[in-house]
Design a binder for this molecule. Sequence first.
Ligand SMILES: Cc1cc2nc3c(=O)[nH]c(=O)nc-3n(C[C@H](O)[C@H](O)[C@H](O)COP(=O)(O)O)c2cc1C
Length: 348
Amino acid sequence: MKLRKLDLGNKLIVAPMADVSDAPFRKIAKDFGAGLTFTPMVSAKGIIDNEFHALRIFAFARDEKPIGVQLLGNNPEYLASTVEELKRYKPDVIDINCGCPVEKVTRHNFGAQLLDDPILMGKMIEAMVNSAGDIPITVKLRLGKSDGKINILETSRVAEESGASAVIVHTRTKDTKYKDDPTWEWLIKVKDHIKIPVIGNGSLFTPQDIKEMIEKTNVDSVMIARGALGNPFIFNRYRALIENGADPGEQSLEEIENVAVKHTRLIAREYPEAVATIKARKNILWYFKHLDGIHQFASIIMRTKSVEGEIKMIHEHVEKLKQNFYPKDDRELIDQKFKERVLFWLNE
Ligand SMILES: Cc1cc2nc3c(=O)[nH]c(=O)nc-3n(C[C@H](O)[C@H](O)[C@H](O)COP(=O)(O)O)c2cc1C
């Protein structure tokens, strides 16, 4: 897929994910074959005001390119100034978040709240495009506010007419959040409706899901969020599926162990020890979420007070898994909880 001069080489994009798509996460995803990664959403105002937290969120290293930075905001002038400021750091793509349904975002008239105001959305995109120069601007959308207010054909057309280089369509409404199956028919309609590339997003958990979405809807690329948590393997499995015609299948326990340890060490390099210990927890647990003993492992990891301690616990857990130490878990229930609650999936 081409976005202005940027040729992504493959169709796999890592979604912006608050508190998740940080540099270690992005590096692992890239190593496994993602073509483009995104920073979590970052407040446009935070960047202009030089707030440490905002600057930290979008900081990226040169070897992470191509990389996209996602902005959160609603004021065209502010967004134009933020893009001007961001240009100094040379991101490859800048996205505007028009899809986040979380209350603390929508209450400020950001994210999915903007779906109700395509005129403002158009002004924002135009302002960003005008100050972006060669950097492509993308727009991350949901289908609409609710089932009765689906306006994706209108918002995607507004994005195109305002100069966006692509739209990302999460095939749910603001109100559906993560419930219900995503509705791919809308991707087909959007593809027919606009000429700029369309990136499909929503419930891609396996290489086969990715292949099916691309084949059935003709989207130009896909964006993956939950399907990549503890599962960077999805990227190289999809590439193998396309290039060799066969999915190599689930990775071995040893590979999961190695990658979980590598990811944890990258987190330790990125953050002070106390912060790293906390940030590593959720990632470590995601790597083992499809295997037995996850609740027992979680209670140990949650109490572990250092990164080295966590790594030791990973090895011990793997040994126990090899010895079939744990009773069988209810796979379906755990999977369902993970998909609905993501960050809090292990809570009762
Ligand atoms: C932990 C988490 C954090 C997220 N943060 C963001 C964000 O910062 N910006 C955004 O546009 N979407 C965010 N999302 C939504 C995802 O980018 C994506 O649109 C959504 O999860 C649907 O994709 P999936 O079915 O592959 O998970 C987040 C999702 C998750 C699970």
